[in-house]
Design a protein around this ligand. Structure first.
Ligand SMILES: *Cc1c(COP(=O)(O)O)cnc(C)c1O
Length: 344
């Protein structure tokens, strides 16, 4: 047996516990103090001592990233679009007036954690989900109007299975056409505060309609859901909102758009309304994109209490096709024509 096969054979089974509740043994951590980043270190995953007056606990000085490392048939581990996630974390930090991580240091921290935890990476479609996190740790409850002078950056890792279990369950989505998810220029920050601001709308949709998530369409402008981007598909076209400050610039969104163009779809990045979406869904497909869920088909939209079936209530063929094209690259089964995977 070759070394590679031996490594592949040792892949642990994907955890059956809910997404994000199981952690790998090791994490990387560093602090920004006195104007510069200190060296990062690897530690056992566990509590970070923090004063109850820490800035993040009062003024939400926090942002994060979510990306995946995969175990490949050749026995190697590879991280998906690391450079993009690092760049986005720096952008989120700037929007929060926090010191952006040093990109080279953050890349090294992610790669170190993957290397340390490589035998904890489950076989595909499982993955090691990586969660770089940036928080303000200065102890000062008077600093509501100033950024924290001390900031902590850490990279947590969590072995995960397939987000939707079977992978291809159609999702129920409630359409919110009044309230935005967050403020008009802060949606592109991957900040915990944005989830807090969206939560009551998500809870209400869950209670009233058993919806899995909410599609935020303030003033009728279709934007994104609580934690994923949104797109319309049919046999020829993919339509999604153009990048703006209002919503999160998903790496999966970008990957699906590039794959769709590569496969011959016409990609239209343009604004569209709830009315156009409902009309489209009578014949076409709708999907949610994100690192955790990859590309999930929408089966039902709930609009003003009325249920609208999307593509007959099933996950459509174009959604499946694009999902499979992306997962084939991630799993190492297909070529990586765009150079998205970084060997660890
Ligand atoms: C993380 C996130 C996404 C998806 O981004 P990916 O880079 O594809 O994982 C979309 N919307 C929101 C609000 C998010 O937080």
């Amino acid at each position: 047996m070759s070394t590679a096969t031996a490594t592949a054979a040792r892949a642990p089974a994907p955890p059956t516990a809910p997404f994000g509740t199981v952690f790998a043994r090791r994490m990387a951590i560093t602090w920004h103090r006195g104007g510069s980043w200190g060296p990062s270190e690897l530690r056992d995953t566990g509590p970070i001592p923090m004063h109850p007056g820490a800035h993040v606990l009062h003024y939400s000085s926090a942002c994060f990233e979510g990306l995946k490392a995969f175990r490949h048939p050749d026995g190697k581990a590879r991280v998906f679009r690391l450079d993009r996630h690092v760049a986005r974390m720096c952008q989120s930090a700037r929007l929060l007036c926090l010191p952006p991580p040093d990109p080279a240091q953050l890349e090294a921290m992610v790669l170190d954690v993957v290397r340390e935890c490589r035998d904890e990476i489950p076989a595909f479609p499982g993955a090691l989900y990586l969660r770089p996190t940036l928080i303000g740790t200065e102890v000062n409850i008077g600093a509501a109007g100033t950024p924290p002078s001390e900031v902590c950056l850490y990279v947590l890792a969590s072995p995960v299975g397939d987000y939707f279990g079977a992978g291809l369950q159609p999702v129920r989505v409630a359409v919110e056409d009044e309230h935005p998810r967050t403020t008009a220029d802060f949606g592109m920050a991957k900040a915990g505060a944005n989830y807090a601001s969206a939560l009551r709308h998500v809870m209400q949709a869950r209670a009233e309609h058993e919806a899995a998530t909410v599609l935020f369409c303030p003033g009728g402008d279709v934007q994104e859901t609580g934690a994923s981007n949104f797109m319309l598909l049919d046999d020829q076209r993919l339509v999604t909102k153009p990048l703006s400050g209002a919503f999160l610039h998903g790496v999966t969104r970008d990957s699906v758009l590039r794959l769709a163009a590569h496969l011959g779809y016409t990609v239209e990045e343009r604004d569209f309304t709830v009315d156009e979406m409902l009309d489209w869904c009578g014949r076409g497909e709708a999907a949610l994109s994100g690192t955790a869920a990859v590309l999930a088909g929408v089966g039902t939209l709930i609009h003003h209490g009325r249920e609208v079936q999307v593509g007959g209530g099933q996950v459509g063929p174009n959604t499946r096709r694009l999902r499979e094209a992306l997962t084939a690259i991630q799993s190492g089964e297909a070529e990586d024509p765009f150079g998205w995977l970084r060997e660890v």
